[in-house]
Design a protein around this ligand. Structure first.
Ligand code: C2E
Ligand code: CA
Ligand code: CA
Ligand code: CA
Length: 277
């Protein structure tokens, strides 16, 4: 007969094995991914429309699973935001940007990278010292890191104002992202000290088409101009859209017409090529 201790031990080993093989909940998987630092950054070139030169990029997070597959942010950012894991993911994005592009940013001071902040990041302002710590000793300037947040991030106007003012005091530029898709009241957009406005892809999609929203795009451009904001159009896929935006004085564009989001080495190659033309 086996001693009782051996039986209990065998059962425990079996239980641990069973638990480890069991499918984790989506939140469980995500929190393990955060612990294992499985988040990497791709870079979508930001183009100065007039010259076609790449003047920067937007940092877009991807979850690289251990099997090498990449998960797009739309599938995990909402869960990360609900659960509070987003802050740790933002931190990995910031670290990734400096590690991937630090030397390129030091070599070209006119290049900038835009980082997406969640509503939490804007509300708490916690992200600002994290960025400063990541920049320390990197040689990258605060001015080279732009921050973007959607209208949701600006709903709590008081805390948003405090974070934006501090961010700009440090040297960041701040953009309102996906403009026109949320519940933005023009009143608070007007009251916040923003630098740039990103026109959402849904409006760019309608350029050249006859649709209810195509009439809105010129008004968004006018709003940005009257508030003295830089304008970035996102999701440009057709030359016709670029021509339209350029004719109306939109300075910057992003979209598949120019490039998809690229892994860091490919982005660096794209940027070097764009300087040569
Ligand atoms: P977003 O900030 O509006 O980013 C633009 C999205 O549109 C990106 O999708 C980009 O790959 C895609 N896109 C750009 N140009 C085109 C185009 O010409 N055509 C089409 N069809 N799509 C285009 P992605 O990378 O899947 O990101 C989705 C969203 O996830 C982002 O929307 C942003 O809200 C969020 N996100 C991405 N990275 C981060 C991050 O580091 N932190 C936070 N909080 N959110 C992030
Ligand atoms: Ca964005
Ligand atoms: Ca956007
Ligand atoms: Ca968008």
């Amino acid at each position: 007969l086996l001693p009782l201790g051996a039986i209990v031990a065998a059962l425990m080993v079996g239980l641990v094995f069973w638990l480890s093989r069991r499918r984790l909940s989506p939140l469980g998987e995500l929190s393990i991914a955060v612990q294992r630092r499985e988040f990497i950054v791709h870079y979508q070139p930001l183009i100065e429309m007039k010259t076609g030169i790449c003047v920067g990029a937007e940092a877009l997070v991807r979850w690289r699973r251990p099997d090498g597959s990449l998960v797009r942010p739309d599938t995990f950012i909402p869960l990360a935001e609900e659960s509070g894991l987003i802050q740790a993911i933002t931190d990995q994005v910031i670290g990734g940007v400096i590690k991937d592009l630090g030397p390129v940013l030091v070599a070209d001071r006119s290049l900038h990278i835009a980082i997406n902040l969640s509503a939490d990041d804007i509300k708490s302002g916690r992200v600002l010292p994290v960025i400063q710590a990541a920049l320390a000793n990197s040689g990258v300037l605060t001015e080279q890191i732009w921050l973007e947040a959607t209208e949701r991030g600006f709903m709590d106007v008081k805390s948003a104002r405090a974070t934006i003012e501090e961010a700009r005091r440090l040297g960041h530029s701040v953009a309102i992202d996906d403009f026109g898709t949320g519940y933005s009241s023009l009143q608070y957009i007007q009251d916040l000290p923003l630098d740039a406005l990103k026109i959402d892809k849904s409006f760019i999609d309608t350029v050249g088409l006859v649709s209810a929203t195509s009439a809105v795009t010129p008004h968004i451009i006018d709003i940005a101009k009257s508030l003295n904001l830089y304008i970035v159009a996102e999701g440009i896929e057709r030359q016709e859209q670029a021509d339209y935006l350029l004719a109306r004085g939109v300075q910057y564009g992003q979209g598949w017409l120019y490039s998809k989001a690229l892994p860091a080495p490919e982005f660096i190659a794209f940027y070097n090529d764009s300087k040569r033309v």
